[in-house]
Design a protein around this ligand. Sequence first.
Ligand SMILES: Cc1cc2nc3c(=O)[nH]c(=O)nc-3n(C[C@H](O)[C@H](O)[C@H](O)COP(=O)(O)O)c2cc1C
Length: 209
Amino acid sequence: MPEVALLEIENFDHLLRTTRSVRRNLDLQRPIERSVLLDCIDNAVQAPTGLAGENWRFVVVDERQAKNQLALLYGEVLTTLLEQRGMDMKPTHNALLNNLPEMPALIFVCAPCRVRGSTQDTAAEVAYYGSILPAAWSLMLSLRVRGIGATWTTLLSARQSEVAEIVQMPDDHCHLVMLPVGYTKNARLKPADRKPADEVTYFNQWPGM
Ligand SMILES: Cc1cc2nc3c(=O)[nH]c(=O)nc-3n(C[C@H](O)[C@H](O)[C@H](O)COP(=O)(O)O)c2cc1C
């Protein structure tokens, strides 16, 4: 196996800069083999993990009935949120909502639920989320290099107990991210319009303090 430095940096840069949400341009008829998903999850579990250590769990939903139920729930949360904010449904969000039951798989990245203390404990929060979210991002990158698109979604986290009931997850576990996944079809993934590094990076001192 070549070391990272010997691998083509351009390919890594391209991967990191073009791993975008894919809600449309998906081949919903093409199943994703479970072995492919497990390979991606094997990459994900190489992510850093804090003291609780490897407490991540991944629930892959590829059965139609459960996907239907989850799509209904997702639609409820999305509609309520848009109403509350007085916003219209974007075509991309509508596409994802409509595609959800047809998605080859919905992957929930789970961990024991975070129990908030009475005082704000930033270090504990950081350790908790920092121990699970890198794995979710590694998973999304691993899917992408295999031609599988995903969207980082958290809307369903507002309905933890209903999701837990559908996937039979124990009460003391929560999902932090749900990735609806499918092979991409004619998807043109481009870098996002983000501020460049030199605008958001300070060396040694935060300016103006
Ligand atoms: C914390 C977080 C939560 C998100 N939740 C959702 C979601 O529930 N549904 C959704 O369609 N997109 C969700 N997104 C995706 C963003 O909307 C998406 O990143 C944004 O559309 C920008 O597109 P890009 O990922 O292609 O740059 C979420 C992203 C983040 C980082």
